[in-house]
Design a protein around this ligand. Structure first.
Ligand SMILES: NC(=O)c1ccc[n+]([C@@H]2O[C@H](COP(=O)([O-])OP(=O)(O)OC[C@H]3O[C@@H](n4cnc5c(N)ncnc54)[C@H](OP(=O)(O)O)[C@@H]3O)[C@@H](O)[C@H]2O)c1
Length: 291
């Protein structure tokens, strides 16, 4: 159990602290976590996720960055995996540590099969046992059925499906109890003829989510979040997403924080596995396809 001072520090009750309501809620949460940790064994306190350690892939930018910040605000230490954004990853680690958690940068190319197989061991060497794996890193290149080539399919499969599978396997070997969250895409339901390789790889990841949920039970839960319109793809801006959002039932664009909140719900759940939470304003229900 942490001391009161350490709790206050983790809660961000230091000069420069931001939202006082959020911070006092967080401090109360840490106190409640500490009390529960005394009266209940570790395996029963998953709802309190502070003091856990997460590996987040593609963690330095965009939705991955939001995961890192959201986990840190929940008291979770983060191994910040990056590929090309190494400087951003290091800066993010420094920022996470100002929020009272530990953070470690780790660079690896998830297209490289031998690199993938060492990522969990390297993360564990840095941070100790991992409790959470978030398979967020992704390749998103445009192609069509007509122009499809095997190399593009293979590239997407490696990064978007094979890497999550190997990381999940290695993660499961080194933890007694944990959570895996895979990032899917609402377009698995609605379709996207302009990103065929990407979508194929995410279909495989969806199948793996179900298979791994069975394989890893009862020690580890495996779930997925399927975002919809959250951040614009390269070369587009928020106006582009706003235009597309007219065809979404809730008629708006989501935020990275919406995705993070769904993941935090899954991490706090002790009886949910093999699930997909769509964070997409209802797009998966069959609204007109994005053009
Ligand atoms: N953005 C959305 O609205 C949206 C919608 C539906 C689904 N999603 C899913 O949500 C997740 C996050 O979305 P996002 O838009 O934030 O993702 P993103 O920007 O497309 O990619 C996330 C990170 O993946 C990493 N990555 C790419 N190639 C890699 C490689 N060879 N090895 C290791 N890492 C590699 C990159 O890390 P570096 O920067 O370090 O190179 C990148 O920052 C993805 O799985 C995506 O499919 C997002």
């Amino acid at each position: 159990m942490r001391s009161g001072d350490a709790d206050a520090a983790r809660a961000g009750l230091t000069p420069g602290a931001r939202d006082p309501i959020q911070l006092s809620e967080r401090w109360l949460g840490h106190v409640a976590d500490s009390v529960r940790a005394i009266v209940r064994p570790r395996s029963m306190v998953w709802r309190c996720i502070s003091d856990r350690t997460a590996l987040v892939t593609g963690a330095a930018r965009r939705i991955g960055r939001a995961f890192s910040l959201g986990l840190a605000d929940a008291g979770v230490n983060v191994v910040v995996h990056t590929f090309q954004s190494t400087a951003e990853g290091q800066a993010l680690c420094a920022e996470l540590e100002t929020r009272g958690v530990k953070a470690w940068p780790l660079a690896a190319d998830l297209a490289d099969a031998s690199a993938i197989s060492t990522v969990v061991a390297r993360a564990r060497d840095l941070a100790g046992p991992l409790d959470v794996l978030i398979n967020n890193a992704s390749l998103f290149e445009a192609d069509t059925i007509e122009g499809l080539c095997y190399e593009a399919v293979e590239r997407h499969l490696r990064i978007n499906a094979w890497a999550p599978l190997v990381l999940s396997r290695e993660f499961a070997h080194q933890t007694e109890r944990g959570h895996i969250i895979n990032l899917l895409d609402t377009k698995l339901d609605s379709g996207d003829p302009g990103h065929v390789s990407y979508l194929l790889s995410k279909h495989l990841l969806a199948a793996l989510t179900r298979m791994l949920a069975l394989e890893c039970a009862p020690r580890i839960s495996v779930n997925a979040v399927a975002p919809g319109l959250i951040l614009p793809p390269p070369g587009q801006d928020m106006d582009y997403l706003e235009r597309l959002s007219r065809s979404v039932p809730l008629q708006r664009v989501g935020s990275p924080q919406d995705v993070v909140q769904a993941a935090l719900f899954l991490l706090r759940s002790e009886f949910v596995t093999g699930q997909v939470i769509h964070v997409d304003g209802g797009a998966h229900l069959g609204a007109p396809r994005y053009s």
